[in-house]
Design a protein around this ligand. Structure first.
Ligand SMILES: CC(C)(COP(=O)(O)OP(=O)(O)OC[C@H]1O[C@@H](n2cnc3c(N)ncnc32)[C@H](O)[C@@H]1OP(=O)(O)O)[C@@H](O)C(=O)NCCC(=O)NCCS
Length: 376
């Protein structure tokens, strides 16, 4: 196969964290199938598994939960950063900056050892939802809502965002979405985090860089683009015709295609089920119906399958989450995967420093500026 660039098929690390079978659409975290975890586990338990390599005992889990819920509140300084950014920064700009600034007072900031890194990871997992919810409320001119230690990670976030206690079904749906986004092998943002960690830089720098990589529409930013696509199709229009027209214009349909999956992304299969269920209970079933019509057209026309971002868009929309928060929500779930990869990189490090093939001009001698005639 000719090298198309993009490091396709290149193995850049040995990892115990997560594996993908792209031909059969299987995703496994530490040996556990993601479907099994989505059905029986919780985001917090998946965090423990990802950070420690094993599912917790009851005692370990209780201690982990209490640590996690005890760190949800933001420091005054980070809260001020979030408030300051609410009026003029976009959601991912806020998150990138707030996470970076949260390192200033982190008690473990000068240590890269595994335990210090796990503590930093735990604090980031706990705090990022508070940053996102606080920002969203400030932006809407509302008072922030304090974290509720009685609630699980998913339910607490929804309550901090909306001000209302979510139904058990809504909390479960959101929890599953968080589980499905927790880790994903050597995706672009995880690779970014590992490259940064490989210089022996710190956890917060790696996570800040990863947030920057996730933001792009070819990666985590795709979920918001999916919602924009759904909204751009006029009510009553033929979804098939709209999508075919875009494909004829060589536009990419966001939420489809994947570097590794050559069939259904298993996360999309699960999210489709949740989106359908929410649509059945909603006064606006059209978001799911349109999504399904788009899916049929793109699979039929291009042989490209939905990825995680496709059905997460309608799922979040049904849960009442504004579109601009979709990618920050991806980041606040993926932070555990990034952090675990940073720990793994630090535990067996060699600087990641690939090479490039030079295709520029041959040797030439320097001309003083007054003798240069050719414009660049
Ligand atoms: C994810 C993605 C970047 C992976 O792509 P990749 O492995 O780098 O594949 P390429 O970009 O080389 O695309 C290969 C071909 O498929 C086409 N293609 C890939 N994804 C497409 C999409 N979503 N819509 C339309 N065409 C697509 C490309 O145009 C290209 O066609 P060509 O060979 O005729 O030029 C790509 O599928 C994409 O852009 N998807 C939309 C964004 C998205 O959903 N991202 C989230 C990923 S989880």
């Amino acid at each position: 196969m000719a090298d198309k660039g993009g490091l396709e098929g290149v193995v850049v690390a040995r990892s115990r964290l997560c594996s993908i079978d792209g031909q059969n659409g299987v995703l496994v975290y530490g040996g556990y199938d993601v479907g099994d975890l989505a059905e029986h586990s919780s985001y917090e338990e998946v965090c423990f598994l990802t950070l420690y390599g094993e599912l917790p005992t009851k005692e370990q889990f209780d201690a982990f939960l209490s640590d996690l819920s005890g760190h949800r509140a933001l420091s005054d300084e980070t809260a001020q950063v979030v408030d300051m950014l609410a009026s003029h920064a976009a959601p991912m700009e806020m998150l990138r900056t707030a996470v970076s600034s949260d390192s200033f007072d982190d008690p473990d900031k000068d240590s890269n050892d595994a335990e210090a890194n796990r503590r930093k990871a735990m604090r980031l997992i706990a705090k990022m939802p508070t940053m996102v919810a606080r920002y969203a409320r400030r932006r809407a001119g509302q008072e922030p809502i304090a974290p509720d230690p009685a609630l699980g990670h998913a339910a607490n976030f929804l309550q901090m965002l909306t001000g209302e206690r979510p139904s058990p079904a809504a909390a479960k749906t959101f929890d599953v979405a968080l589980i499905l986004h927790a880790d994903h092998e050597m995706n672009a943002s995880t690779f970014t985090a590992r490259v940064i960690a490989s210089t022996l830089s710190d956890m917060h720098s790696a996570i800040t860089g990863a947030i920057g990589a996730l933001k792009g529409p070819l990666h985590g930013g795709a979920n918001e683009q999916v919602m924009h696509l759904l909204e751009a199709i006029p009510e009553g229009a033929s979804v098939e015709d709209e999508i075919r027209a875009r494909l004829d214009r060589k536009e990419r349909i966001m939420g489809f295609g994947h570097r590794v999956y050559k069939t259904w992304d298993p996360r999309a299969v699960i999210l489709k089920r949740f989106s359908r269920r929410l649509a059945d209970e909603s006064a606006e079933p059209r978001w799911f119906e349109m999504s399904e019509a788009i899916e049929k057209t793109v699979v039929g026309e291009k042989g490209l399958y939905p990825n995680v971002d496709f059905y997460s868009a309608s799922t979040y929309h049904y849960l009442g989450v504004e579109t601009g928060l979709f990618t920050p929500i991806f980041a606040m779930s993926r932070v555990v995967g990034w952090a675990a990869h940073v720990i793994e990189q630090h535990s067996d490090n060699r600087l990641i420093r690939p090479s490039s093939e030079y295709v520029g001009p041959g040797p030439r001698s320097y001309e003083p500026i007054e003798r240069r005639s050719q414009a660049a």
